[in-house]
Design a protein around this ligand. Structure first.
Ligand code: CA
Length: 261
């Protein structure tokens, strides 16, 4: 388990990949991100960025438009076209400021857009904003699905019955796994996707690691009679679903049961 620690630490602090060929700007952004508590990764062109992403998924990509060989625009489209990287928030950075360019950048798949010269404080604020929008499991908002409630601030999980919160004991990995599943419910996630999103790494961690932690998660949830919330989808992966609570209802109804609090 100790081999997973560096990745867990990175996830806790959120890694931000900065793709910018102007080294002084890249460094300026990286230092500001570091001061804000993020872990910056630096790439000076798209091919270096691709190699880094192949190893570990960053939480956000800051992508310069004007890059040598492959433009940021083309790279953003590629990232969006790849199932592994399509959910990573992208903020385009560019010297262009015309409205048509903004639209082009957003159409290529960028989540936000910053025009040079920008204030580092503004950039950090935008990074936080896209993290909140695109990756709810990385924020501090509490989530509830049926009687299951997870509070990231207090780092506690509760089974609610008779209006009382009964705390459930979870290990740190099971907590992060449950947090991811609860913020992405009613969807099947493959083991590789879960490794990417929860461990930040699908290359060096074995897929059966996921099975081990799902088993432990179910054991913890079973103390609140909620183990059925985590379903195994044969040959595919895992899904957290409120359907288990109301098997007679149809899918659209159960979606309404997923409440963010
Ligand atoms: Ca540039």
């Amino acid at each position: 388990m100790s081999t997973h620690l560096p990745t867990m630490t990175k996830m806790a602090h959120k890694t931000i990949l900065v793709v910018e060929d102007e080294r002084s700007i890249c460094e300026l952004i990286a230092i500001n991100l570091q001061h804000a508590g993020f872990i910056p990764l630096r790439a000076h062109d798209a091919s270096v960025a691709e190699r880094m992403i192949a190893e570990v998924l960053p939480d956000v990509i800051l992508l310069d438009w004007m890059l040598p060989t492959k433009s940021g625009l083309v790279f953003a489209k590629e990232l969006r076209g790849n199932p592994r990287t399509r959910d990573i928030p992208i903020i385009m950075i560019t010297a262009r400021s015309e409205e048509s360019d903004t639209v082009t950048g957003l159409e290529a798949g960028a989540d936000d857009y910053v025009t040079k010269p920008f204030s580092p404080r503004e950039l950090v604020a935008r990074v936080r904003a896209v993290l909140r929008r695109r990756a709810p499991q990385l924020t501090d908002e509490a989530v509830a699905i049926g009687p299951l409630k997870l509070d990231p601030v207090r780092h506690r999980v509760y089974a609610v019955s008779d209006k009382k919160e009964h705390p459930l004991e979870l290990g740190p990995t099971e907590f992060r796994l449950l947090h991811f599943l609860m913020t992405h419910p009613e969807r099947v996630h493959s083991r590789a996707q879960i490794l990417d999103k929860v461990w930040g790494d699908h290359v060096f961690v074995e897929e059966r690691t996921v099975d081990v932690h799902i088993k432990r998660l179910r054991a913890s949830l079973s103390r609140g009679n909620l183990a059925d919330l985590v379903q195994t989808v044969r040959g595919t992966g895992y899904r957290l679903t409120a359907e288990a609570l109301h098997p007679a209802r149809n899918r659209s109804d159960t979606r309404a049961e997923v409440v963010r609090i």
